[in-house]
Design a protein around this ligand. Structure first.
Ligand code: PMP
Length: 318
């Protein structure tokens, strides 16, 4: 027997889907001596049941597919992913009773590989040299080879990806800051987090500045983020939505990851650290201009799946 998407009001306890979202907003204090009048806050997305921000998008994509009868134990879900969306799909598939097939570049961390296996997902490994684009091409190939065999979730084109953030992430940020948020900063992978949160925050207050962040090179170590100029651009991405785009270097993000661990007690993944580094840049500009600001960013996942990476041991302590 597997769980269903609908929980009745008489059922006791919570299902895995009930635990998605409503994550804490944590204070990120003391990140720079030049932040008078400015507060930086991070949305603790590691608190989601699958451990990342992608639980939001995956759960909405799956809920919509189930409502439309597109997914079942005989017609599983297929998608390309660099890791976190795959973990979310695999977890929900296990809980709700449908098979999950994932196209994943084979250089993802060993921790990710073990997690996907532990949830029982079928994984098609793709050439790391082709990055996430290689995984996307492989998924399209599998769908074309056997039409009707899979529900192709296609997180890069699926509107439920950004809508998850429109309906949940943005509303939560608004409520948790009592409407005082002035800036929103988020890195671009599929762009779902940035697109959905920005669209809703702008409706709530058109003056909120929304800043996207992406790696400054196609050869970056920022797992989960895309260098848009050289990648297959996600269909859901609209570059016009951002007030500003920040390019982030891998080394700066690594340094911030170490700093967050040592000085704030927050062991975060590299995209979270890149987000925080971008948020500090924005916060310093606001403080320098003498403006008060509340800068909110996303802590996409924890460091758990990245602890085997060498940068933790290299260089000077942050
Ligand atoms: N950080 C991590 C660790 C991720 O896995 C992802 C998703 N690829 C992102 C950031 C970017 O999120 P989005 O796909 O919503 O742009």
């Amino acid at each position: 027997m597997s769980a269903t998407l609908v929980t009745t009001s008489t059922a006791l306890g919570t299902s895995v889907l009930d635990r998605v979202g409503k994550t804490p907003l944590v204070r990120l204090d003391g990140l720079s001596p030049r932040l008078a009048g400015v507060q930086i806050l991070g949305k603790a997305e590691w608190a989601n049941p699958g451990g990342s921000v992608k639980d939001r998008a995956a759960s909405m994509i799956i809920a919509d597919a189930q409502a439309k009868g597109l997914i079942s134990k005989d017609r599983g879900l297929l998608d390309a992913t660099s890791g976190n969306t795959g973990i979310a799909y695999a977890m929900f598939g296990a809980a709700l009773g449908f098979p999950v097939t994932l196209c994943v570049p084979s250089n993802v961390s060993p921790e990710r590989k073990r997690i996907l296996k532990a949830y029982g997902a079928n994984v098609v490994w793709t050439n790391p040299a082709d990055g996430s684009d290689g995984a996307i091409r492989k998924a399209r190939e599998l769908v074309a080879a056997e039409p009707g065999r899979y529900f192709y979730a296609d997180q890069y084109s699926n509107d439920n990806n950004w809508k998850a953030h429109y309906f949940t992430t943005a509303e939560e940020i608004w409520e948790q800051t009592n409407g005082r948020v002035t800036h929103f900063v988020a890195g671009l992978g599929t762009s779902g987090t940035f697109m959905g949160t920005t669209r809703r925050l702008r409706e709530l207050n058109p003056d909120i500045r929304c800043i996207s962040m992406q790696p400054n090179s196609p050869f970056n170590g920022l797992e989960g983020l895309k260098h848009m100029a050289t990648a297959i651009v996600p269909k859901i991405y609209d570059p016009k939505l951002a007030d500003e785009n920040i390019e982030m270097g891998t080394e700066i993000a690594y340094k911030m990851a170490k700093h967050l661990g040592r000085h704030l007690g927050l062991l975060m993944g590299v995209s979270s650290a890149a987000n925080v580094a971008a948020a500090v840049e924005i916060a310093e500009q606001e403080a320098a201009a003498g403006r008060e600001a509340v800068v909110v960013t996303i802590l996409c996942d924890s460091a758990d799946k990245y602890l085997s990476e060498r940068f933790w041991e290299e260089g000077e302590p942050a």
